[in-house]
Design a protein around this ligand. Structure first.
Ligand code: F6P
Length: 538
């Protein structure tokens, strides 16, 4: 790391504008491809030496060997003693991937086949509600990894929807389920309760509310017809009263935030059909193969991770912005927040000691062009430098609106160019004079219209947002998180940091209900609870 730091201080490009001027092939040299996906990282302040040093760092962290251990099913999630095998969920049927000596691939394909049969039945109307009506609406009840992936992918693949409408409820705030169910007819609504553990309080509470919605109109006996469940905890699901053919399992070697490829993807499959879902898995598989085989200099997840590390550990940028110029990817930043921040937001290394460097950055974002009219001011002229990751499809799904897509592309490219080029004080002044300002006026306004530039960004271009392309894009980011975790020296696959808040919420419920006035809580928390109770007239 110290070599990279001194390289940043003395050898790395100081001025990207000058680097582009000096090297007409810069974009070509600092781009990599996986089929149609192009990743252009030439607008980051790196040169050949930077990449060599980052490759050395990757090799010192034994990333390739650790990657192979992950794909081979070794228990690399050391704090939970588990394998990490979301990649097995998209492996072909002839693959042989062993956990404790057993090939897990036949089980994966058996669940996919069961999901396919169920999705077909719901879509074709052979699986119906208790009164014989076909399902028009599906409500997925889950949170975190049991929600964010399916929500994101369902929206992203809207042009491929030819099944029933799909809705999502996650928040324990009753407003979420109330607003979702209002307007739905219990007779034509199918609920999917999605929870890896089947204990998550938000999901269990919403599932009971959904059950009451069905029972109020159709009676207790309708529950079996109007519910399905997805979980690794099949014993707990049984208690909910569902028939085995309504329960789709997965395995403890699938992390919640990596579970979209498992039965957690059922609502997506119902929306787009099992063939398109198969394409989605194939896209992820293509990225897995690329990650396993491409040399570092051509390897997209490796490069994305190494540039991420460069920005985080060497340039000390605390956050990164994810800006898809694709409205249908508007939930992609939220999905990546869990994927990245729940994986790499750790301050203890895999060895149990405090980490020696920073770890995962803050990840945030919104789609372009909307973000341009909200927070891009800070990206261009704020006092913090925030690397941006742009995404854009060459082709939209609306040929009749191709002129709008051209405008979208122009905006995306313009933003990365503006961040890199900036505008000097002299240029700002000259522009003001050219537009008729007096010398004094130009002097006064030029500092406000100056852009420092030299602000890094990566641009990912792909042909079209198909199921295959989406699968590839998500897998790219999954593997990027893995690469960064190896350099941070942390376990990316546990999430103990979410536990404390859950425990305290359980302990506070009696206080909020007025069943207890004290307990081991601080005075601020108790006073807030008391005040809220008073406002509620309790
Ligand atoms: O928030 C913590 C977490 O465990 C996530 O990792 C997970 O995706 C989410 O809760 C939901 O968990 P479950 O699928 O078990 O309901």
């Amino acid at each position: 790391m110290s070599l990279l730091q001194s390289h940043r201080d003395s050898g790395a490009p100081r001025d990207m504008r000058a680097s582009f001027a000096a090297d007409p092939a810069r974009s070509e040299r600092f781009s990599a491809r996986c089929d149609d996906i192009q990743m252009d990282y030439s607008k980051c302040a790196v040169n050949d030496e930077t990449l060599d040093l980052l490759a050395d760092l990757a090799s010192a962290a034994k990333i390739e060997a650790r990657r192979d251990s992950m794909f081979a099913g070794e228990p690399i999630n050391s704090t939970e003693g588990r394998a990490v095998l979301h990649t097995a969920l998209r492996a072909g049927p002839t693959a042989d991937i062993r956990v404790d000596g057993e090939n897990v691939v036949p089980g994966v394909h058996a669940v996919l086949a069961a999901m396919g049969a169920f999705a077909d039945g719901v879509r074709e109307g052979s699986i119906r509600g208790a009164t014989g009506k076909a399902f028009t609406d599906i409500v997925n009840i889950g949170i975190g990894g049991s929600d964010l992936g399916p929500v994101m992918a369902t929206l992203a693949l809207t042009p491929y929807h030819d099944g029933p409408r799909v809705h999502f409820v996650s928040n324990v705030d009753g407003a979420h389920i109330a607003d979702t169910l209002s307007g739905l007819d219990p007779e034509t609504t199918l609920m999917i309760v999605a929870s890896k553990t089947f204990t998550t309080i938000e999901t269990m509470t919403n599932a009971e509310t959904a059950r009451a919605f069905i029972v109020a109109k159709l009676g207790e006996r309708a529950v079996a017809d109007h519910f399905a469940a997805v979980s690794t905890a099949l014993d707990k699901v049984g208690a909910f009263g569902l028939a085995p053919d309504r329960v789709f399992g997965f395995w403890d070697w699938v992390g919640g935030r990596y579970s979209l490829w498992s039965a957690i993807g059922l609502p997506v499959m119902i929306a787009i059909g099992k063939d398109a879902f198969g394409e989605f898995l194939a896209g992820a598989r293509a990225m897995d193969e690329h990650f396993r085989s491409a040399p570092v200099a051509q390897n997209l997840p490796m490069l994305l991770g190494l540039i991420g590390v460069w920005h985080r550990l060497v340039c000390h940028y605390p956050s990164r912005a994810i800006i898809p110029y694709d409205q249908r990817l508007s939930r992609f930043p939220a999905y990546l927040q869990q994927l990245d921040m729940e994986s790499n937001g750790k301050s203890v290394g895999i060895d149990g000691e405090p980490v020696e460097t920073a770890s995962g950055p803050i990840v945030w974002g919104e789609p372009g062009t909307n973000g341009q009219h909200a927070f891009f001011q800070l990206l261009h002229q704020g006092t913090d430098v925030i690397p941006v990751e742009f995404m854009i499809a060459a082709n939209g799904h609306e040929p009749e609106l191709a002129h709008q897509h051209q405008l979208l592309i122009a905006n995306c490219l313009a933003q990365s160019e503006a961040l890199m080029r900036g505008r000097t004080g002299a240029e700002a002044r000259a522009q003001l004079i050219a537009s008729g300002a007096s010398e004094a006026e130009a002097d006064r306004l030029a500092p406000h219209k100056t852009f420092a530039g030299n602000r890094p960004s990566i641009t990912l271009v792909y042909d079209r947002l198909t199921p295959f392309a989406l699968g590839r894009l998500i897998a790219l980011y999954e593997h990027r998180v893995f690469v960064e975790a190896q350099i941070f020296g942390i376990n990316a696959f546990d999430q103990w940091g979410v536990e404390l808040g859950k425990e305290l919420a359980t302990a506070l419920l009696p206080v909020v209900r007025g069943e207890s006035t004290g307990g081991d809580h601080d005075s601020s928390t108790l006073a807030l609870a008391k005040n809220i109770r008073e406002m509620r007239g309790e």
